[in-house]
Design a protein around this ligand. Structure first.
Ligand code: GFB
Length: 333
């Protein structure tokens, strides 16, 4: 991408989108197009068409999505499937109408079958049943991948889907009902430490394994993919037999119980960790195979402990500043 290319980052206030904008700015990209949810409703077909018509982006990063942790996915299944299908259909279709050169569609490792062999290769997509706690979200994301692939085949577009593993980082959502595990545990342990509580409650059995990637590393991976030379990029998006799909992870996972201990030490919480087994575990394991990205020449930079230390500092800073534009204050009822 040229430094003056018109790059639309859909979802720029979220964890992923904000990291992508930071990374683009750091690399001196000059024309980054963003619209807040208030300015542009991506589920509104007409509004999205008007935006593309007026601003004619050359590249699109589709990071806008209804996202959340295990509790939010289980309790708002209709929102997760309907909003995501609408957002991605509108953006992908308008990208085609307006001749976008490259589009990167972001999904999640929960698209793969629950009982997959590990580590999970891209080719395992649609080879088995999904994890029930996030099936509506996963199916919307699978539809997005299929849509990228279908448009590439029928219209010769160059759309690529990147599936990140579980993410965390600056600007994360710390609401205990809708967040993912890392921000939830940072907040729970910090608040327990401050209140001199002797115990914190963690959901599930602590035995599920998860792989975690720092959001700024994912952002670098996204820009790396959009900047691949023609032959490498084309090999990813032009296959008749393989979906235009690439996993983005670090290749290592840990149990939730191990994660809780690491977060306790980063936060300085010395009390007891209790497991509430009435809450769901979700999928037992989802470790991505990251060979494809490694072969292309990318790997993560930030290890888990370093990333958690930065995330904890960010949490403290946002709490102190009580930033109104941060997800931290967007509690859901
Ligand atoms: O991060 P998380 O909500 O998402 O939960 P998933 C990961 C694991 O941490 C589960 C456990 O086994 C949870 O039971 N856990 C323990 C907690 N304590 C907590 C807590 O206080 N809060 C939360 N949230 N979890 C999501 C999907 O699945 O992952 C999405 O629902 C998406 O669709 C996302 O794919 C990346 O990894 O289980």
């Amino acid at each position: 991408m040229k430094k003056n290319a018109r790059i639309y980052v859909a979802g720029h206030t979220g964890l992923v989108g904000s990291a992508i904008v930071r990374a683009l700015k750091k690399l001196s990209y000059q024309t980054i197009l963003t619209r807040s949810h208030q300015e542009l409703e991506l589920t509104d077909q007409v509004a999205v068409a008007q935006f593309f018509e007026s601003h004619k982006p050359e590249y699109v990063v589709l990071a806008a999505a209804k996202v959340g942790g295990i509790y939010a996915n289980s309790h708002y299944p209709a929102d997760f499937i309907a909003q995501n299908l609408n957002i991605q259909s509108n953006v992908i279709h308008q990208a085609k109408i307006h001749g976008v050169k490259r589009l990167l569609f972001l999904g999640s490792s929960c698209i793969y079958p629950r009982e997959c062999s590990q580590p999970i290769k891209e080719e395992y997509l649609l080879s088995g049943s999904l994890e029930p706690t996030n099936r509506p979200y996963a199916l919307a994301k699978i539809a997005g991948i299929e849509m990228c692939w279908a448009y590439n085949r029928q219209y010769g577009t160059q759309y690529l889907a990147a599936m990140p593993t579980n993410l965390y980082g600056p600007g994360d959502n710390y609401d205990l009902k809708s967040s993912h595990v890392i921000p939830a545990l940072i907040r729970k342990m910090h608040e327990a430490k401050i209140a001199n509580k002797e115990e914190v409650e963690i959901w599930g059995t602590g035995t599920p394994r998860r792989e975690f990637l720092y959001s700024d590393d994912l952002a670098e991976a996204c820009i790396f993919l959009l900047n691949l030379d023609e032959s490498k990029y084309s090999a990813l998006v032009s296959s008749e037999t393989q979906a235009p799909l690439v996993n983005v992870g670090c290749g290592e996972d840990i149990t939730i119980a191990e994660l809780a201990n690491v977060i306790a030490s980063v936060v300085g919480f010395e009390g007891k960790i209790n497991y509430n087994t009435a809450m769901p575990d979700g999928t037992p394991r989802k470790l991505l195979c990251v060979e494809k990205m490694q072969m292309l020449g990318w790997q993560r930079k930030t290890n888990l402990v370093d990333g958690l230390k930065i995330a904890y500092q960010e949490y403290m800073q946002y709490k102190q500043e009580k930033k109104t534009d941060c997800n931290i204050l967007n509690e859901i009822s």
